[in-house]
Write a protein that binds this ligand. Structure first.
Ligand SMILES: *[C@@H]1O[C@H](CO)[C@@H](O)[C@H](O)[C@H]1NC(C)=O
Length: 396
């Protein structure tokens, strides 16, 4: 009897093991779908994705080492199980921006339990685009395609990959929930226009960590509807720093809240950490519960700046105060060197002054020839504790 039980148990275990095996991860190598080095991989990648996405259990699409060309691809869910794309090769975008349809070059859309991993590179080949994508004073100008769009991803990880020379934004996160971006590298020349490293909008539960970004525009920018976003151990520079906003330019913007920027190093950028809102804003959204803490600045212009009069090229009625309410901002443990005399600037709206701004432990030095280090406060009464070098708005 005991013997029989054992055999039954063993057979059951074997059956379970074999089912588990079938349901386990399966690999879909693009080389088996017709990919060839130096040829356009888009078709093969799309076919591999479709089969992987339709397979039950976990599946993985592999792009092995090598250099491939790729026209635009949209890899869409929902998928039957968790799905991973392991990019070990380099994908090159067409250099001519008119050859990319839509607003993204490599787009992941509506995927749950998603991983993009590998040591590979998305090369946007943006050099020719940068000459013509400088919107400058043109307020309604549309940008070229973003290199990597992550649209409506739920429970995802992007790790290890590099984004190089995007035509405009490198990585755009939109409508995502619970997405971690880690150990990613973003690189483009300081002179490239509109090449934001990572832009996040209308998303929650987003973590960007242990990531290195050097580019021609914001390293990271957070648009409206960014909620519960943590940016930690990011190295930024060159570029325009880590920025919340600009907010208040468009109708129906959603609030920005629970943003943490922690333990970052910012080098040689035109701003450090920033919140910017447009004067004469449309709508009355808010930016609240924002922490900038443990930031090292190395030769950064405007290391800490809240600017509610953001109006480049005179594109707005600058005399009408911004209607975006900023509240509960913690600025703590910021140290290093400033490239301008203005170290901490808190320029709030006359219409809706900032509330609950706490500034502590600031040590920023300026060694240039344009005067001594100073701070600016408008329409705000910050709570000040700890070291303040230079003193924070002593006349307040
Ligand atoms: C968030 O996403 C990760 C990665 O897919 C997953 O492991 C984790 O369980 C998710 N967390 C929640 C609360 O769903």
């Amino acid at each position: 009897m005991a013997m029989d039980m054992n055999i039954a148990t063993i057979s059951l275990l074997l059956l379970l093991a074999s089912t588990a095996y079938v349901a386990q991860s399966a690999d879909f190598d693009v080389m088996s779908y017709g990919a060839k080095p130096d040829a356009d991989i888009a078709q093969a990648l799309t076919s591999a994705w479709k089969e992987a996405c339709a397979a039950s259990g976990s599946s993985k699409v592999l792009i092995p080492e090598g250099t491939y060309k790729s026209s635009s691809v949209t890899l869409e869910g929902p998928c039957k199980g968790p799905i991973e794309v392991q990019l070990d090769g380099t994908l090159q975008a067409p250099a001519d921006p008119s050859q990319i349809k839509g607003d993204g070059w490599v787009v992941f859309l509506r995927v749950e339990d998603f991983t993009l991993s590998g040591s590979g590179t998305l090369d946007g080949q943006g050099a020719t685009s940068w000459k013509t994508n400088n919107c400058g004073p043109n307020i309604d100008c549309s940008l070229y395609a973003t290199s990597l769009r992550l649209d409506y991803i739920t429970n995802g990880v992007v790790q290890g990959i590099t984004s190089k020379d995007a035509k405009s934004f490198h990585i755009n996160v939109f409508g995502c929930k619970n997405l971690t971006i880690e150990h990613v590298t973003v690189t483009a020349p300081e002179t490239s226009h509109n090449t934001d490293g990572i832009h996040i909008g209308r998303s929650s539960g987003i973590i960007v960590t242990d990531t290195t970004i050097g580019t021609g525009d914001d390293c990271i920018s957070l648009g409206d509807g960014s909620q519960d976003v943590t940016i930690e151990r990011v190295k930024c520079g060159p570029g325009h720093g880590i920025s919340i906003g600009s907010l208040g330019k468009y109708k129906n913007e959603e609030p920005v809240s629970q943003i943490k920027v922690l333990d970052c190093t910012i080098t040689g950028t035109t701003n450090g950490v920033r919140i910017k809102t447009w004067p004469a804003s449309v709508g009355a959204s808010t930016a609240s519960d924002i922490t900038f803490k443990g930031i090292t600045m190395d030769n950064v212009a405007n290391p800490v700046i809240i600017d509610q009069g953001y109006c480049p090229y005179g594109q707005c009625k600058a005399q009408i105060p911004s209607t975006i309410k900023i509240s509960n901002v913690v600025i703590d443990d910021i140290q290093g060197t400033s490239a301008t005399p203005e170290t901490v600037q808190i320029i709030c709206s006359k219409g809706v002054p900032c509330e609950d701004v706490k500034v502590s432990n600031i040590d920023l030095t300026y060694k240039g020839s344009k005067g001594t280090a100073k701070t600016v406060c408008e329409n705000v009464k910050p709570t000040v504790t700890g070291t303040q070098n230079p003193p924070l708005c002593p006349d307040l």
